[in-house]
Design a protein around this ligand. Structure first.
Ligand code: URA
Ligand code: SF4
Length: 205
């Protein structure tokens, strides 16, 4: 059982979950974060996007994917014709983890312990939203569902049938696309990312 399960409320609707997550202390990440950033989107959204964890801006404002990675994500969603407000957008881990100092907070990838601690929130979101499709953005989200052996480079764009949804896919994390130093590799990865989201768009029609 995930550690966060001790903090889950009796009622499992989205507002109750989001509110309860604010006081979760199941892993040390809550200590240095400003607030828990819960998922956003309507009940019954056909697709749930799962990122890694909130970044610096998300931590300050309390909403997922609103910083640079979120902007790239929004652009590609618009290009393939998905309205973000029709989807549910969340993260595998709800509190921002960082190193460095207050002036320059550097994102630190959550470790397996933190990911597993937080998994109960993600599973409660899936149970409440009941999406038809789950799309993981990056390895952290994908490994939360399918285990630490999952590799984006090997399995990106493949559709899996999982206990959570019959249609499950992982693709690149938008931050990874922003970081790739090699221009050609970056353009290729962006094209793959867009093609993956286009498949999601086609299944939404
Ligand atoms: N990166 C993520 O994985 N999630 C966010 O919400 C923002 C950046
Ligand atoms: Fe709880 Fe997740 Fe925050 Fe850790 S990161 S304290 S498990 S909500």
């Amino acid at each position: 059982v995930s550690e966060a399960s001790h903090f889950l409320p009796e009622r499992r609707d989205l507002p109750a979950l989001a509110s309860a997550a604010k006081s979760c202390q199941a892993c040390p990440l809550h200590e240095r974060a400003t607030q828990a950033v819960f998922g956003e989107g309507p009940l019954g959204a056909p697709v749930m996007f799962v990122g890694e964890q909130p970044g610096d801006q998300e931590d300050r404002e309390g909403r997922p994917f609103i910083g640079p990675a979120g902007q790239l994500f929004n652009e590609v969603l618009a290009r393939v014709g998905i309205r973000r407000e029709d989807t549910y957008v969340t993260n595998a881990v709800k509190h921002f983890g960082w190193t460095g100092d207050e002036k320059r907070r550097l994102h630190a990838t959550p470790n397996r312990r933190e990911v597993l601690a937080c998994k109960a929130w993600l599973e409660a979101e899936v149970a409440a939203v009941k999406p038809r499709m789950i799309v993981c953005l990056g390895a952290t989200a994908a490994q939360t569902f399918l285990g630490p052996g999952f590799r984006i480079n090997r399995s990106r764009g493949q559709v899996f049938e999982t206990p959570w949804t019959p249609w499950w896919m992982a693709t690149f994390h938008p931050s990874a696309l922003l970081r790739m130093p090699d221009e050609q590799a970056r353009e290729e990865a962006r094209a793959h990312f867009e093609a993956d989201l286009r498949r999601v768009a086609e299944r939404l029609r």
